[in-house]
Design a protein around this ligand. Sequence first.
Ligand code: ADP
Ligand code: MG
Ligand code: MG
Length: 252
Amino acid sequence: MSVLEVKDLHVTVEGKEILKGVNLKMSTGEIHAIMGPNGTGKSTLSSTIMGDPAYKITKGDILLNGKSIIDLPVDERARMGLFLAMQYPQEIPGVTNAEFVKSAINARRPKDDPIPLMDFIKRLDETLETLDMSEEMADRYLNEGFSGGEKKRNEIMQMMMIRPEFAILDEIDSGLDIDALKVVSRGVNQMRGDNFGSLIITHYQRLLNYIVPDYVHVMMDGQLVKTGGPDLAIRLEKEGYAKLRDELGLDI
Ligand code: ADP
Ligand code: MG
Ligand code: MG
């Protein structure tokens, strides 16, 4: 079992404090969701966990299995088993999807033991089938000319191929129609198990009908202000954030 822990995390962006003491502990085998109004720091949290240098940690720590990762570069964190699916996935011209995924898999294996080609092809075929993706997608340059929905589906493809210990999915549902949402959810649900944990960031409860989380956290003004089960997401969808804000006595 692996454990990812965020401790009293304070983060500034361009000199402004965005995260104001976030605490979160998750283990493989668990799915956590973070909900919250726009602009409260959800994406800041995911980018900081992944190591984006634009986000400056002024206090607190991020630990993977008890070891601080905050001084490690992005690629090192990925090698250790973290995966971030971004709200706006990058395009990398000149690198095919399949090449990208294969090098990411091999980066997590010993240098003298790359994934055997047949194993790679089998895993790729199975993954593409689960996600209703064509084989042609794998040979295309990374995200180049992909539609919004294709990019999201592609991120889940990468996640399923790379098999990270923790996947952070930031608004993976935004801009997806209901069919694409179901496909993406199917991929995440197939990953569920003792060796996989996920942090799912979303505005809307709808995604959590398909990927039922173990824990739901609410972020407001740079802090996780409440934690509950799936019922908390349903309640928020019904009542909105304002009521919770009043209830918690938050002046924001
Ligand atoms: P959320 O994901 O909850 O909508 P974000 O983490 O994206 O919120 O943003 C939180 C705040 O931080 C916003 O006020 C946003 O403008 C600011 N912010 C986030 N990233 C940057 C950045 N790279 N440069 C400047 N401001 C940023
Ligand atoms: Mg946002
Ligand atoms: Mg965001």
